[in-house]
Design a binder for this molecule. Structure first.
Ligand code: NAP
Ligand code: GLV
Length: 306
């Protein structure tokens, strides 16, 4: 079995060693233009030339959870795409979102500013029930985040495409449930995949429906958010601030208003990193299962976009 590795911005050697150890029968190499046809590919942001030269792959194994970049390429219609399914990302997302939420809710920035100014003083404690947290996307990552936040006794709401039941979470689904979900939410967490349906979903008319004093945590994709609309709603006072891990253009360009905004915290697309060992073990397991003709978790519906 031949496996080709084509991952932009990724050091290949440790992946090749890990995959070779997990799949000793496989012949694994880094893709070069003109290379012979492989059986499987391990990819992140491959060029279109790679897809065009490898039309008979049994599967493209993406070393990330999101496949929006991959699906922007012209893929053969029957190409099987398999993505990472947790592989250590869900706990990272849960800790990142919990941190952003608690930092905002407990006003830790204000306490830090007081501390730096040498001031000992109390702020009026906020009421947890005034901070309902709405999680958009209740998949592998969103469900874990919603369950984790519920452990801190916040009211938690969740929104997905199909109806879902999650213990401790009030759930909504589809276009018909979206308005009610937004109206009941103060802290909005985005964990949707980027698809034609969700592109620009956080824009003036949707963010304006959140409870006053809303807070936005975007950990999915930059293109979910209309950045100018967020800035305007913060300026107008309807939105109190945001923690943003993903941006329309990455790296965030110099001079972008998010860099120095006092109400916006940014991180460089790092809320849930691909963990190499966990990902190699998962991908090797999936390739072995596909070779046995078994179904695998994380199979992408390319028509649906996630
Ligand atoms: P997932 O398991 O596929 O879950 C996607 C969820 O979104 C599902 O609940 C799905 O609904 C829902 N959804 C999809 N389209 C929808 C729509 N039009 N309306 C309402 N709900 C919709 O994905 P995941 O593994 O949780 O990952 C989510 C995203 O996180 C990825 O696509 C990626 O963009 C992002 N991500 C970011 C980082 C980072 O470091 N910033 C790291 C990893 C992933 P159903 O349940 O009904 O299908
Ligand atoms: C990272 O953003 C991923 O999709 O895994």
């Amino acid at each position: 079995m031949k496996i080709t590795f084509c991952c932009t911005d990724t050091k290949a050697e440790p992946w090749l060693q890990g995959l070779a150890a997990a799949l000793p029968q496989a012949d694994i190499s880094v893709w070069q233009p003109g290379a012979p046809q492989s059986d499987y590919a391990v990819v992140w942001a491959p060029p279109q030339q790679f897809i065009d030269e490898q039309p008979a792959l049994r599967a493209l194994c993406n070393i990330g959870a999101g496949v929006d970049g991959l699906l922007r390429l012209r893929l053969p219609p029957s190409m099987r795409v398999v993505r990472l399914d947790d592989a250590g990302m869900a706990v990272q997302m849960a800790e990142y979102v919990s941190h952003a939420l608690i930092r905002h809710f407990r006003e830790l920035d204000q306490y830090e500013a007081q501390m730096r100014a040498g001031r000992w003083g109390y702020l009026k404690p906020p009421r947890r029930q005034d901070f309902p947290v709405g999680v958009m996307g209740l998949g592998v990552l969103g469900e874990r985040v919603a369950r984790t936040v519920a452990q801190f006794d916040f009211p938690v709401l969740g929104w997905s495409r199909s109806p879902k039941a999650v213990a401790g979470v009030r759930t909504y689904s589809g276009a018909e449930g979206f308005g009610e979900f937004l109206a009941a939410t103060r802290v909005l967490v985005n964990l949707l995949p980027l698809t034609p349906e969700t592109h620009g979903i956080m824009r003036r008319d949707t963010l304006a429906r959140l409870k006053p004093g809303a807070y936005v945590i975007n950990v999915a994709r930059g293109a979910h958010l209309v950045e100018e609309d967020l800035l305007a709603l913060i300026e107008e006072g309807h939105v109190a601030g945001a923690t943003l891990d993903v941006f329309r253009t990455e790296p965030l360009p110099a001079g972008h208003p998010f860099w120095n905004h006092p109400k916006i915290t940014i991180t460089p697309h790092t809320s849930a990193r691909t963990l190499r060992d966990e990902s190699i073990a998962q991908i090797a397991g999936k390739i072995a299962a596909m070779e046995r003709g078994e179904a695998v978790a994380g199979a992408v519906d390319t028509a649906r976009g996630y």
